[in-house]
Write a protein that binds this ligand. Structure first.
Ligand SMILES: N[C@@H](CCC(=O)N[C@@H](CS)C(=O)NCC(=O)O)C(=O)O
Length: 255
């Protein structure tokens, strides 16, 4: 299988960690979506990562991908057992994908770490300060009430745990850390997720490339032993996001 998507993307990371936990052999094309070529647009009509290629099958959306992986390789499971817990897990994952996607990616990581490097646009620090002072703490209070006191959300690690671990990496990369005095359960839970070996491996890759220019990332990852696809769906020049255009024009947030 091939995953198109950078180790820095929380959504791509979800798919990559799930593949690793399930022991499914895979290669990664570690692209940032803005550098996708025309063939990438054909595979990913929203020009988003991750994309999973499994032979003739092309899947979009990290949640769809992880559920597919769980169905074709049920062991070890990445969803809890009972229907009620499975429904709870889906909602917790959805909260991360949409609310943390909005706050930690679009309003924190994107303006601070992506837009300056890819599009030469400087962040609006006043807008970021508002997110840090009020929106993020509100979300964290909700998360703290759901964070497990030990182990993971439903005992064994599930896709929803991976999603939270992934978004909190991007928040950290953008300079925001979880205050362990204010949100002790969340802070400890996120550390446990980061310590899972399959997750920790992606942290090593993420750290190596996050400040590396896009064109040099493959070489850096290869030197670290990442299993990269021979083929890449990247081009040299970045293109504006399709979805961000919609967000800017309507004023709504989206994931
Ligand atoms: N719902 C999608 C969201 C994927 C997503 O937004 N990925 C980001 C990368 S972190 C992306 O490709 N953004 C580019 C864009 O929206 O233009 C999923 O779960 O895979």
């Amino acid at each position: 299988m091939i995953v198109i998507g950078s180790y820095v993307s929380p959504y791509a990371r979800k798919a990559i960690v799930a593949l690793a936990i399930k022991g499914i052999a895979h290669e990664v094309d570690p692209i940032t979506p803005f550098y996708g070529n025309d063939e990438f647009t054909r595979l990913s009509p929203l020009r988003r990562i991750p994309v999973l290629i499994d032979g003739d099958l092309v899947l979009n959306d990290s949640t769809v991908i992880c559920e597919y992986l769980d169905e074709i390789r049920p062991d070890p499971p990445l969803m809890p057992q009972s229907p009620a817990d499975r429904a709870r897990a889906r909602w917790l994952e959805e909260y991360a994908d949409s609310r943390l996607g909005d706050l930690m990616i679009w309003r924190l990581f994107y303006p601070r770490s992506v837009a300056p490097r890819v599009f030469g646009r400087q962040p609006d620090e006043a807008a970021i300060a508002r997110v840090i002072e009020s929106d993020l703490p509100e979300a964290l209070d909700w998360i703290e009430a759901h964070a497990p006191a030990q182990q993971f959300l439903f005992g064994l690690l599930c896709t929803a745990d991976i999603a939270y671990g992934a978004f909190f990496r991007n928040a950290l990369l953008a300079g925001w850390t979880t205050d362990p005095q204010r949100w002790p359960r969340t802070a400890a839970w996120i550390q446990r997720i980061w310590a899972v070996p399959e997750f920790a491996r992606t942290i090593a890759f993420e750290q190596a490339i996050v400040t590396t220019p896009f064109a040099e990332r493959r070489a850096v990852l290869e030197a670290l032993g990442a299993n990269l696809s021979v083929r890449s769906w990247a081009q040299a020049e970045p293109r504006a996001s399709i979805m961000l255009k919609g967000i800017a024009e309507t004023g709504r947030s989206d994931r």
